[in-house]
Unconditional design. Structure first.
Lengths: 111, 115
């Protein structure tokens, strides 16, 4: 079956630090990959996505590259801000109505 | 543009009382609809999904049920709430077929506390 593994954290960074949240997956077929963000008390928002190998999704300074050879979709940002504090979910969709989510990574950015 | 509405935002209910959470989608037709629960912590648990009116797939046997009386309406219900039903409930929709590349769009969630 399909599965997503991401670092569980929590991750605490100082403002302007570099962020990496690792995500690896197993899937049948050719999945589309997603990163969602959940700010405190809110629903999930789509942050970025990639639908085929070597695609790079980007949004709000965040980037992730679909690496088929390593089955990974790591999330990166060059300089985090306090407003980036949230929980980040990696997810995949492969030949199914369902998205498969990782367990989420809580990021706290301190001034 | 498409929008998803979920209500109420917060709810405090006594043990043994009934529950009804509603979710509606605007600006699209024949969406796939989903109910998730997020318990204390961060993980997301898929409860139900529907690919059409009257079609409900249950992922986890439990005290809850779902119905889809109209194309863009999805309801989560319980006849008698348990303490363990407390959590953050999220509705979501997606377009397309099982083989599509679409992600989900989530509602803003309902915080349910059973006391």
């Amino acid at each position: 079956g399909n599965s997503v593994t991401q670092m569980e954290g929590p991750v605490t960074l100082s403002e302007e630090a570099f962020l990496t949240i690792n995500c690896t997956y197993t899937a049948t077929g050719y999945p589309s990959l997603f990163w969602y963000v959940q700010y405190p008390g809110e629903g999930l928002q789509l942050l970025l996505k990639a639908t085929k190998a070597d695609d790079k999704g980007s949004n709000k300074g965040f980037e992730a590259t679909y690496r088929k050879e390593t089955t990974s979709f790591h999330l990166e940002k060059g300089s985090v801000q306090v407003s980036d504090s949230a929980v980040y979910f990696c997810a995949l969709r492969a030949g199914s109505y369902q998205l498969t989510f990782g367990k989420g990574t809580k990021l706290s950015v301190i001034p | 543009s498409q929008t998803i509405h979920q209500w109420p935002a917060t709810l405090v209910q006594p043990v043994g009382s009934p529950l009804s959470l509603e979710c509606t989608v605007e600006g699209t037709s024949n969406p796939n609809l989903y109910w998730y629960r997020q318990a204390a912590g961060r993980g997301l648990q898929l409860l139900f999904y529907s690919v059409g009116i009257g079609q409900i797939s249950s992922e986890v046997p439990q005290n809850l049920s779902a119905s889809r009386p109209q194309d863009r309406q999805f309801i989560l219900s319980s006849k008698k709430l348990l303490l363990s039903d407390s959590g953050f409930y999220l509705c979501a929709w997606s377009a397309g077929t099982a083989s599509s590349n679409y992600g989900y769009t989530f509602g803003s969630g309902t915080r349910l506390t059973v006391v």
